[in-house]
Every structure is written in C-alpha cells, then in structure tokens.
Design a protein around this ligand. Structure first.
Ligand SMILES: [Zn+2]
Ligand SMILES: [Zn+2]
Length: 286
C-alpha cells in the first residue's frame, strides 16, 4: 500500500486536472494522495470529491515558495482547511503581487530617467508572457543601451537598480500561514536548499522546527541514499514527521511518474497514517 503526497495539477503547473490525477492514482494502485499546487488550493475540492468516488484518500495540500537563497525553499502544507478565508486571501495576495511585478519594474526604470511604458513592453512581447527581456528590447530600440546584456547588467539583473525580486513569504510567515489554517508544515525536497554541509542543513532545520515546522519530505524523486539517511537522522533528532512524494507534474515534467517518481519511489501508507495522527493530536490541543 503506497502513497504520493507531492503532486501538481492544472491548478498550478501540472498537465492533468485534479480529477484526472485522482483517477490515475487509482490506476497506479495508490491508497492516499495529496494535491500540492504552487501557492494555490484551487485544485483540492475537485480532487477530494473525485477521491470519494474512486475510493482514494485525498488530503488537502499546498506548496508555498519561500524567500531564501542561494537555493530554493518550498514548504508543503497538509490537512489545511481549504474553506479558511484568511488562507485563501493570503494566497490571492501572493499571486497578485507576482502579477504586478512588471509595472513596478517599469516604474523603477522611469524613476531612473528611462522613458518606457507598459504598453510598449507588451507590444514587443508579441502577446505571450511579458518579462524583463521585453523591457530590455524596448530600452535598446530607444537607444538607451546597445545590447540586451547591457540592459541586464545596468538595470534589470539581480542587484541592479531596477531589479525587483518576486514577492515571497519568509519561512516563519509561511509556517504560520499553514498552521493558522489548521495544517501541518513540511519542508519540501531539502536538497534544493543547496546547503554546503550537513551542519548547515541541521542548523537551518533546527531553526525552522523552532518556528513550527513539523515534518521533512524525505522520500523524493531526486533524493539519493546518502541524502535520505542524513534527512532521516535530522527528522529523528528534531522530532519531525517523515513524508514523501514524487513532485509529479504530468507531461510537464517527463521522467517523473505518479507514486513511483523516477521508477524507484515506494512511499509506504504507514507514513500517511503517522502524519494523520500528528495532525489529529495537534487539532485536539487547539
Ligand atoms: Zn517544490
Ligand atoms: Zn512541487
């Protein structure tokens, strides 16, 4: 009896709808799954309802991107209350603040004395997604710079005066957001943090545990044996629940299959039961 607690659908960047994911999970013989789309809980309701019809336990989930460097930090939230309006509002805010990043960059360029408008940038983008390369092109056409590279070096690149980071929550805020919605926070795929040593990872995990982190995603498509044993040691030391998932995106990321990852994932149902117990104990305390 196996599970998969890290799955994306068309609600974020996956290629299958929530219902299709559930039906595929049944085909693959999975007993429990969680939908963990990026910064959205939109796909959960449909998946949970389909799960009831298909006889698969579907628990509500989300994956939140956190402000962190040099690597990337993602937090998984499980058993969140999807009807929680405060959570929905915060997630909408996260999405909106990303969408209006472009006009804010243009404003910065204007403040630096470069004249360009959002409409001009949209025009050169050809109707697709609008981004900094299009701004660079407009700047070049207007003679402010000689090459796209120069635009990035002088104005648009990381550390340059018109650079604007994507808006992200801090780790503590992300944990609080999940906790306040009644969920359990799990640190996703720790290898993407790009910690330079096991000690560096340990001090980070210790800090996050003090901020309310309750679990580590240990069984994951990209983790090797050595990483897994290191993460298991940390989970034991800081009393963190162990989870696992494939990070399935359907056709959008090839080579990773639901439940089995790159072919060798087997995440036992007992981990799901343990996660559920931790959540139930937490709920009783509240
Ligand atoms: Zn992730
Ligand atoms: Zn993911």
């Amino acid at each position: 009896m196996y599970i998969d607690l890290h799955i994306h659908t068309t609600a974020s960047d996956g290629s299958l709808t929530p219902s299709q994911v559930v039906r595929y999970a049944r085909e693959k013989g999975l007993k429990a799954i969680a939908i963990t789309d990026h910064d959205t809980i939109e796909g959960n309701k449909e998946a949970i309802e389909e799960g009831m019809r298909e006889g698969i336990e579907v628990i509500p989930g989300v994956e939140i991107s956190v402000d962190y460097s040099p690597g990337s930090m993602h937090m998984l939230g499980y058993f969140i209350t999807i009807e929680d309006t405060a959570l929905a509002e915060k997630l909408t805010l996260l999405q909106d603040s990303r969408a209006d990043r472009n006009p804010r960059i243009i404003e910065k360029l204007n403040d630096l004395g470069l004249s360009l408008t959002y409409d001009e940038v949209v025009q050169v983008s050809g109707g697709g997604q609008v981004g900094r390369p299009h701004m660079a092109q407009v700047l070049m056409e207007k003679g402010y710079i000689k090459s796209i590279q120069e635009a990035f070096d002088k104005y648009l690149g990381k550390g340059a005066p018109a650079y604007l980071d994507k808006f992200r929550l801090g780790a503590e805020e992300a944990i609080a957001m999940i906790t306040n919605a009644g969920g359990i926070t799990v640190l996703a795929h720790p290898f993407t943090l790009q910690c330079k040593s096991p000690d560096e990872l340990e001090s980070l995990v210790k800090k996050l545990a003090n901020q309310g982190l309750q679990g580590l995603e240990i069984y994951y498509s990209e983790h090797n044996e050595r990483q897994i044993s290191n993460y298991l040691r940390l989970a034991k030391r800081y009393n963190l629940v162990i989870t696992g998932g494939s990070d399935f995106h359907g056709k959008n990321i090839t080579g990773i299959d639901l439940g089995t990852g790159r072919g060798n994932l087997k995440i036992p149902y007992t981990l799901f039961e343990r996660l559920k117990t931790v959540w139930e104990e937490k709920r009783k305390r509240c």
